[in-house]
Design a protein around this ligand. Sequence first.
Ligand SMILES: C[S@@+](CC[C@H](N)C(=O)[O-])C[C@H]1O[C@@H](n2cnc3c(N)ncnc32)[C@H](O)[C@@H]1O
Length: 562
Amino acid sequence: MALFTCLATLLACVSARLAIEGRVERQPIFRRLRGGSEADAQGLRGGAEADAPPPPRVMFVCRANSCRSQMAHGLFNKLTDGSSGASCGFRASELNPHAVAVMAEIGIDISEHTSNAIAEYDPSAFDAIICVCGCAAEVPGEWKVGHFEDWSLDDPPELDPGDRSVYRRVRDELKERIEALAKRLHVAGCGLGLGPLRGGQAAAAGGVRDEVKEYYGKVLQKSADLQTNACCTAVELPQEVKAAIGKVHPEVVSKYFGCGLCVPEALSGLSVLDLGCGSGRDCYVLAQLVGESGSVVGVDMTDEQLSTARQHVAWHADAFGYARPNTDFKQGYIEDLKGIGLGDETFDVVVSNCVVNLSPDKAAVLREAFRVLKAGGEMYFSDVYADRRVPPHLRDDPLLYGECLGGALYWNDFLALAKAAGFADPRLVEDAPITVANPALEEKLRGIRFYSATYRLFKLPGRLEADCEDYGQAVVYKGTLPGRAAAFDLDSHHHIEAGKVFPVCGNTYHMLASTRFRQHFEYVGAHPHEAGKSAHFGIFDGCGKSLPFASASAAGAGGQCC
Ligand SMILES: C[S@@+](CC[C@H](N)C(=O)[O-])C[C@H]1O[C@@H](n2cnc3c(N)ncnc32)[C@H](O)[C@@H]1O
């Protein structure tokens, strides 16, 4: 068995060598390679190693060669069990002590590394060049002729110089990326052997996320590359949204993969967070609707998507006539918004378009959305749902998962997760059936129906009840919401016409009276939380629940006493 493993490893490394040499024309001459001997750098190793082809040489580049590139360098050396990794910066600086410490925690000693400038090296000595700071534009052209990748990782010292947890998060992300890189470079059988850094579940989550990144970063280039119509928006767009899309850069629009409309009403001046923003179409639409005094933050994990979004920040500010951009794009996981520095109660509105289904930990996404929302704020998001639980063999199908079908939640499980996260009364805004439109996949999915649906989840801690209770309240819509003069649709059950007394349950009352909609309504009846003033009339009629007692309908018909 051990012999078989060794042979498999050897074969994998041979194929890695061939694959790499097919991409990069290696020059025999190099000037200098730090972190390993000259002989190592040229693959001139002695003894038994002389027969085994060396692993690919990979150079990791970042701005100052103090933290991210150094950690990547150490991880890659560990992975290749030698000195095939190297690192440098646009300028030399000092090795970051926190980076050294968090690497030591996982048994990798980088304390002997030195910080060096890119100008000291010869690019031809390397098989692959990885920029880890998302600054490909600054990498000299001669470094980008062969296998080149641009990873955009957060810079821990910039986020919080003394917070080790940030360094650990970036280290763990680097580990996942380097293992994926090793697969791409065909270095199979040479795993890091560190085990999951954050527990088994996290490792599984990392695998799902890598596949999703691959799909949205490398496989899909534009909306038309999708193989089903799951990630397509079938709803009628309001005029103001159509006009706003018209002002978004064509490259951004061409990379839109949303399945619904996640643009709620009354956004002026608000701070909005878009989870899984992709190349940023919705962010740039929202940036117009919040206006120059508002702001939009987009979060995504995929380099290629973010790179498109970021390229056009200044262009959009200019097109909207803003003095400075009101959009910001952050790289990170939507299950861990704290990890990218998003604090509690920061946003008025959280949106997301066709993303939660792709998350390996949907409960964490909802918990994080709840945490970052201000009280009275709402999560307003579109996603794909199934009419039943998707069986594991379909959930594990990478194409179905990437196309937003395999990971779709059964709608009733979603409601339970949303309530557990603190969103006590999820409201369905609109929905449309998904037809899939791919005969082979339709056959695989036979028997399951999928829907795209938009929900709004208000964060009203201590205000919303599990069910709709009748306190004898009503509201009158003033017709003052922009673009909604005649009526306001809170959700698919509440079409509230202007000027008409509209009876509401206690929850709906709060969704209007305790949120940004407050000023657009007049209120009738006591506030349910004004102690002593509230009369309760039982469950609210027509809210999906009714008096459960079978005898209720017979009441008054003259029953017998017990
Ligand atoms: C179907 S696309 C939708 C993109 C965008 N909302 C749009 O409408 O064009 C899904 C996006 O979610 C991102 N994504 C998926 N899972 C994620 C996660 N766990 N954390 C961060 N981003 C994620 C992907 O990188 C991809 O850009």
